[in-house]
Design a protein. Structure first.
Length: 390
């Protein structure tokens, strides 16, 4: 059992809002807040470079924490300013050319798909969307049948931005491994919400953020790259941190995943990110997942009982993201009505997951995303408030 009362005591924001926007940015716990503010104060008192030197151990701790979280080596982790840029650094490092095939899902996130389109336009590579199975998740059978020697990348989103879905990432990994195809996993909304082990999943690259379920500061993210493929990937951007200028006409890229980083970074946020990862690990990712799923299922059941409310979630395995619509009301209207009662949700628009949303005839949905510090009383209050405004 997870001590949610303690979690709420250590989360200052719980006194101010009912926060069901954890898939946007979760409420930071007190230890993370103190780490970030403390380092900013140190920079103000003694200088940025000097503060980083004093806090060198805390800065390095984020790599140890991330490696322990993902079940990998610290040399396979890069800390990058956000999950999108982390994903970009991996994707744009893959040498694609005319005729190469990229396989992805119907629920792929807009930023990733835009990158596919740009590279396809420049190189002549093609993008192919694998259909869903009858449950609404990527069809492993269809993926397997799509494999040939021109497929150079499988890139999927583990937990899409809306729909409650958890794609079967490990099953995709088995297909990729058997065919010896690079596998890039966007784990932006799964890391911190459930246990993630890159070796069990079988991905070669993985991107994640700090601000969502890890409860870290905004402007933090990480990239995992398997050691065995590092030398095959040249980052699209290099600086004096990612590479060494060894002679007038020569440079040498560093051998670890930090080749995907750059020299300047937000040290306060980086330290806070490490604290957030360790804070999550102290609770236990299985315990976190169990509580999130319990709250999410309770919310789905109660929403299902409300007239005019339609839950739009998909998949065999579902998570802490609950998407729904209300007959006769626009999602943004509902969001604003709830905000007046200090209840936070977000709205997912078609532009974020166009292929999925168009296939389902949806323009936008309300997204309520729970975390382990939320309570059943908050779930009840949420539904009661919503019902009173229908």
């Amino acid at each position: 059992m997870l001590d949610w009362q303690r979690a709420r005591r250590e989360t200052p924001g719980c006194e101010n809002v009912l926060h069901f926007n954890n898939a946007g940015a979760a409420l930071m716990p007190q230890p993370v807040l103190e780490a970030v503010v403390g380092h900013l104060y140190l920079e103000a008192q003694m200088g940025g470079y000097e503060a980083a030197a004093v806090q060198a151990q805390a800065v390095e701790q984020v790599y140890e924490a991330a490696a322990a979280l993902l079940g990998c080596q610290r040399g396979e982790v890069a800390i990058i300013e956000n999950a999108t840029r982390a994903w970009d650094m991996a994707f744009y490092a893959i040498p694609l050319r005319e005729g190469d095939r990229i396989l992805t899902t119907m629920s792929e996130y807009a930023s990733n798909y835009i990158a596919f389109l740009q590279v396809a336009r420049k190189t002549g590579a093609t993008i192919e969307v694998i259909p869903n199975d009858e449950l609404g998740q990527i069809s492993i059978e269809a993926l397997h049948n799509a494999i040939d020697n021109r497929v150079k990348l499988i890139a999927i989103t583990h937990v899409p931005t809306n729909g409650g879905l958890v794609n079967p990432a490990a099953e995709v990994g088995k297909v990729a491994k058997e065919a010896r195809i690079l596998y890039l996993l966007d784990a932006c909304q799964s890391v911190g919400q459930m246990p993630i082990n890159v070796n069990e999943i079988g991905c070669d690259m993985l991107s994640a953020t700090g601000r969502k379920y890890l409860r870290g500061p905004r402007g933090t993210g990480l990239l995992y790259v398997r050691q065995s493929i590092l030398e095959k990937l040249e980052p699209p951007l290099l600086d004096m941190h990612a590479a060494e200028w060894v002679s007038r006409d020569e440079f040498k890229i560093r051998p670890d995943a930090r080749r995907f980083e750059n020299w300047e970074t937000n040290y306060a946020s980086k330290i806070g990110f490490g604290v957030a990862i360790n804070y999550a690990r102290q609770w236990g990712l299985e315990a976190i997942q169990n509580r999130i799923c319990m709250l999410a299922e309770s919310l789905r059941r109660q929403l299902d009982s409300l007239d005019g409310v339609i839950v739009r979630d998909l998949g065999l395995q579902q998570c802490g993201i609950i998407s729904f619509t209300v007959d006769g009301k626009e999602p943004m209207e509902i969001k604003c009505l709830l905000a007046q009662q200090k209840i936070n949700v977000s709205v997912s628009r078609k532009q974020s997951t166009r292929i999925d949303m168009e296939a389902r005839g949806l323009g936008s949905v309300i997204r309520a995303s729970v975390h382990y510090y939320n309570t059943e009383e908050e779930v009840k209050r949420f539904c009661t408030t919503l019902a009173s405004r229908l």
